[in-house]
Design a protein around this ligand. Structure first.
Ligand code: ARG
Length: 470
């Protein structure tokens, strides 16, 4: 196809080219509409690069000054929306560099000395991910605070614990809340670990082979707050592990949010009615007037798939790439941005949901009294009287079967009925069959007894107050 459109256009790619870029190709390859999100990192990175070039004598201090202040003006223009983004300039990097050269002339043309867009974009993206790690960490801290609030507010409240979604043993509501606290604690530790690998400076790797200018990469690293510089230029320009790892951490966070959401959907069903969500966080039905639907947790659960999709997308994007930079890598950003935006929106709204939910104490109490939640306690009681555990398990199993046939609970049995199970059974069995007695007997660290749960709560509060990403 004849390339007609370029008659009055300047060639973007310099002397090597005799034609301007086809308009279709321009459209197809442009990324400025999404990678403009990296503008502030791009500008900071360029300012640090220019200062370093001047200090190393590669460009003059005057040129560096012009570049730094020219870039500052561009930043302001972008922020007050007067910047003229041009898709034909491909990406955020070229848009900013071109605007700089238009504004300050020749000095602007010196900025790209000793670098390439390949190390530039890798640097920008690492700065961006670094910043976002801190933001996600703050959101996680907020959510953890909501769980602590729930745990503290209802200390002592007993509820059924489940395995296989079948009633299993009584637990404290606070213990259940703190289980989520622990999940999000690990997520924050994962973020910290990820940060260590993100915060490495690629700039100075240039296109792929490094640069022949005598630059000081450590100076740039210091100025931009990087912990270290990359060790291999080929790796540095083509590595996106750091972004994939970050999206992996986001995926694990989403997995945790989704598990919580699933519980909220179950708990708010009329069959369970364990918690009440604030009306303002639920929606009604356009046809069924009685409905109050848990749309927010359902959406969080649904959006989890979307974030996993981005993780798989990124892994797949990288799997066939030879060293070093390949244009495929431009596809990393939308996946990263969307995973990030989705996860932060979910974290934010879930915090309000958790803070605002109310356990239905009446329902939790009623439901704890049925379903043989203390059957294991009875078996353990017999063990303490000298019966081997397997035998005790058999005896209690038979008792449960009998109760089921006569629509009774273990607590409905009289002492003599209980003694017919085993002669060693005594008055003190009733304390064991009581759900609160059961809960409080689980005193070992990490268990659901009031004492270990209080310890856990204190430790969680201390951790939340002390933990800082560094
Ligand atoms: N927009 C590109 C990206 O995001 C920047 C690097 C382009 N480099 C190149 N050699 N074409 O990957």
């Amino acid at each position: 196809m004849e390339n007609q459109q370029g008659k009055n256009k300047k060639k973007l790619w310099g002397g090597r080219f005799s034609q301007t870029t086809n308009e279709m190709v321009e459209k197809f390859s442009a990324s400025e509409h999404f990678d403009r999100r990296l503008y502030s990192q791009d500008i900071l990175g360029s300012q640090a690069h220019a200062r370093m070039l001047a200090r190393c004598g590669v460009i003059s201090p005057e040129d560096a000054e012009r570049i730094v202040s020219g870039l500052q003006d561009i930043k302001l223009a972008i922020e007050n929306k007067s910047f003229d983004w041009k898709p034909e300039l491909e990406d955020v990097h070229m848009n900013i560099e071109k605007a700089l050269t238009d504004a300050i002339g020749e000095a602007g043309g010196r900025l790209h000395t000793a670098r390439s867009r390949n190390d530039q974009v890798a640097t920008d993206l690492r700065m961006f991910v670094r910043e976002q790690i801190f933001l996600i960490d703050r959101l996680l801290a907020g959510l953890q605070g909501a769980f602590i609030h729930q745990a503290r507010e209802h200390l002592g409240l007993v509820m059924p614990g489940f395995t296989h979604l079948q009633k299993a043993q009584p637990v404290l509501w606070s213990h259940h809340m703190l289980a989520y606290f622990q999940m999000f604690r690990r997520d924050r530790l994962r973020l910290r670990d990820c940060l260590g690998r993100v915060n490495i400076l690629p700039l100075g790797s240039a296109a792929l082979a490094g640069t022949d200018f005598e630059i000081d990469r450590f100076m740039t690293a210091r100025e931009l707050g990087f912990d270290d510089i990359s060790a291999n230029s080929l790796d540095a320009v083509s590595d996106r592990d750091f972004a994939i790892e970050f999206v992996f951490v986001l995926s694990v966070i989403m997995m945790h949010l989704s598990r919580l959401s699933e519980e909220l959907v179950i708990w708010t069903s009329s069959e369970f009615s364990y918690v009440e969500l604030p009306d303002e966080f639920c929606t009604g039905s356009s046809i069924m007037p009685q409905k109050k639907n848990p749309d927010v947790p359902e959406l969080v659960r649904g959006k989890t798939g979307r974030v996993y999709g981005h993780l798989i997308g990124l892994l797949t994007l990288l799997k066939g790439l030879p060293l070093a930079y390949n244009r495929d890598l431009q596809e990393d950003k939308e996946a990263l941005f969307d995973a990030l935006d989705t996860c932060s929106a979910c974290l934010n709204i879930t915090k309000f949901l958790v803070a605002g939910m109310k356990p239905r104490e009446d329902r939790l109490a009623d439901d704890s009294r049925t379903g043989f939640l203390t059957a294991t306690d009875l078996a353990d009681y017999l063990v303490k009287k000298g019966v081997p555990f397997r035998q005790a398990h058999e005896i209690v199993g038979k008792a449960v079967a009998k109760c089921l046939a006569s629509k009774k609970e273990l607590t409905d049995l009289t002492l003599s009925e209980l003694q017919s199970l085993h002669p060693e059974i005594d008055e003190d069995v009733f304390r064991v069959l009581d759900v609160r007695g059961s809960v409080d007997s689980r005193k070992c660290p990490g268990g659901t007894g009031t004492i270990p749960v209080k310890d856990q709560l204190h430790e969680a509060e201390r951790w939340l107050a002390d933990f800082r990403l560094t």
